[in-house]
Design a protein around this ligand. Structure first.
Ligand code: SAH
Length: 352
């Protein structure tokens, strides 16, 4: 039975479900979820690491600098959350060859929920000769010196949506109407004080909607436990928690998120204010967010692009296009942002 059919039956029996429950099923249902099926990464959406090898190289350099800031621990764990095709990790590993002491110390750990993606990552890394260890969650990692990377990871965290209509807050839910999944609102309304603080000062008087990732505080607390001492770098499309940012992408097109659960990637913009607040609560400091373009250029992206183009003149045009895609304000340069969470009492992270 299709995932959509199963969702409809569940809703008919137990009532409408939250957007978070829907996202979790559509992405991670063990047989039909988008990530569990072995998504057509690249065919549905392009990310920074799959755009250019320079992205993973710059992140690798950042890891080496933060390894210095941590006092050059040996070994040091590099943990990537949600590595997708494994491209970033492979580029990072290749780039680390230029820094032999860092390469000798680093141990790659990949945290990936999807079995087919773990296989894809294994193949990508095997081609570079890198060793790595895989985990389904952070829970298996003992506290140790660690640098964590998550590119387009936080945007997969399931979100709940709350709408204020005629002065009352209700949850946006997904119900079924025959064979069609539809958005609706909870019958019950609830007190504003049950929402996080930011929801008490909405940007206007009209109908409004806010988004909350309920899993975020636990994720950050897990990070604080495992990366001790450590730092985490997250890069994602930034939002502020306001507005409906639930988005489904299939074959590079935006599609209706309810039409074919499991067949499209589902994401929401990342509320970096909420990430920073979760960090404070977990005893970490947060730096940023800062624009991706500025961050990569501080790390030397311009020089790297020039050097690559000089070494491969036939690829110069493509390298210039990749550089623009990563940095230009009308491409990924400004809308994508970087935030760094860090153990306290360390020097500020590079680039922030
Ligand atoms: N970082 C990659 C892929 C981004 S897609 C890139 O930038 O190209 C999101 C990735 O996160 C996928 O690999 C997905 O399976 C994984 N993922 C999402 N939520 C997860 C979770 N809660 N636990 C583990 N992996 C998760």
């Amino acid at each position: 039975m299709s995932l959509k059919r199963r969702l409809i039956e569940d809703i008919q029996q137990a009532g409408p479900i939250s957007v978070a429950a829907y996202m979790a099923r559509a992405l991670f249902d063990p047989t039909d979820g988008y990530y569990a099926r072995g998504p057509t990464l690249g065919a549905d959406f392009l990310t920074a690491p799959t755009t250019s090898q320079m992205f993973g190289e710059m992140i690798g350099l950042w890891c080496a600098l933060e390894w210095e800031a941590l006092g050059r621990p040996d070994p040091v764990r590099i943990v990537e959350l949600g590595p997708g095709a494994g491209t970033l990790c492979a580029d990072l590993w290749r780039a680390s060859a230029a820094l032999p002491a860092f390469r000798a110390a680093l141990r790659l750990h990949l945290v990936e929920a999807s079995a087919p993606l773990r296989e894809m990552q294994r193949a990508t890394l095997a081609a570079t000769g890198a060793d790595a260890t895989w985990h389904e969650t952070l829970a298996a990692l003992e506290p140790a010196p660690t640098i964590v990377i998550g590119n387009e990871f936080l945007d997969c965290l399931p979100i709940r949506q709350f709408a204020r209509v005629e002065g009352r807050w209700r949850e946006r839910l997904i119900g079924a109407d025959g064979e069609t999944l539809r958005f609706g609102l909870s019958g019950e309304s609830f007190a504003e004080t049950l929402l996080p603080k930011f929801a008490r000062s909405p940007p206007g008087d009209g109908p409004i909607l806010c988004e909350i990732a309920p899993g975020l505080p636990d994720l950050v607390a897990e990070l604080a436990r495992a990366a001790a001492p450590g730092r985490a770098l997250f890069i994602d499309y930034g939002g502020d928690g306001w507005g409906d940012t639930l988005q489904a992408l299939s074959a590079h097109q935006k599609v209706d998120p309810l039409v074919a659960p499991g067949e499209a990637d589902l994401t929401a913009h990342v509320d970096f204010g909420a990430v920073a607040a979760a960090a404070q609560d977990a005893g970490l400091d947060a730096y940023g967010p800062i624009p991706q373009g500025a961050f990569l250029r501080t790390l030397g992206l311009d020089q790297r692009a020039q050097a690559l183009a000089a070494a491969h003149p036939q690829r110069a045009e493509r390298i210039a296009r990749e550089h623009a895609r990563l940095t230009a304000p009308d491409q990924m340069g400004v809308l994508f942002q970087a935030i760094c969470l860090t153990t306290r009492a360390l020097p500020p992270p590079t680039g922030f």
